[in-house]
Design a protein around this ligand. Structure first.
Ligand SMILES: NC(=O)c1ccc[n+]([C@@H]2O[C@H](COP(=O)([O-])OP(=O)(O)OC[C@H]3O[C@@H](n4cnc5c(N)ncnc54)[C@H](OP(=O)(O)O)[C@@H]3O)[C@@H](O)[C@H]2O)c1
Length: 166
């Protein structure tokens, strides 16, 4: 699905980004992960290391960008006001860039609660329509879908098991 595609993942050294890197690799993509740490130990995941990404598809606008927002952009959680602003601004930026950079496609994944360790959140997840936390792979599948669908742009794909609905 991603053969001959070069994929740069900013924040790909752990969590959701790392899961996207693994899935993209499995689908045949050439994956580059950007990280503040040395990533040599994860070299088996990447074809080219930091700084060596070729950006042809961005230059000729034949590729796509997938941004990350989150459930706090839609639901209000005490103590998460900064996250709320960042997430909703990211979704607005996505729509603006989808127009400004077209035909480059720009989309956003909005995860709900992805594998957090907190007992409180694990219990909360029991109330979701799909009553469990997301795995990083659940979230990663949404990125692959947005990377590969050629007629989707300016959209937000929510991966929250229905958490925002309750
Ligand atoms: N996990 C969730 O439940 C959840 C829910 C909603 C939204 N999200 C969003 O999804 C994204 C990924 O979440 P995650 O849980 O997978 O996070 P994570 O495991 O903590 O991974 C964060 C990644 O971002 C990089 N990073 C962190 N701080 C950075 C900084 N100041 N500058 C540059 N890079 C930085 C890290 O790279 P290095 O440390 O190697 O540089 C790492 O690869 C975040 O934007 C988060 O807000 C997550």
């Amino acid at each position: 699905m991603l053969e001959k595609k070069k994929i740069l993942i900013i924040g790909g050294s752990s969590g959701i980004g790392l899961a996207v890197a693994k899935q993209a690799r499995r689908h045949g993509g050439q994956v580059v992960i950007a990280s503040r740490q040395a990533v040599a130990q994860k070299a088996m995941l990447v074809d080219v290391l930091q700084g060596e990404c070729e950006a042809h598809s961005f230059i000729d606008r034949s590729g796509s960008i997938v941004l990350t927002s989150g459930i706090a952009g839609e639901r209000i959680y005490k103590g998460a006001s900064t996250m709320a602003i960042i997430n909703s601004a990211t979704e607005t930026l996505c729509r603006a860039l989808a127009v400004e950079l077209a035909p480059l496609r720009v989309n956003t994944v909005s995860p709900g609660f992805v594998a957090p360790k907190s007992r409180e959140i694990q219990d909360y997840a029991g109330q979701f329509p799909l009553p469990r936390l997301a795995s990083t792979d659940d979230a990663a599948m949404a990125y692959i879908s947005l990377m590969t669908n050629p007629y989707v742009t300016g959209t937000v794909l929510v991966v929250d098991g229905g958490a925002r609905l309750i």
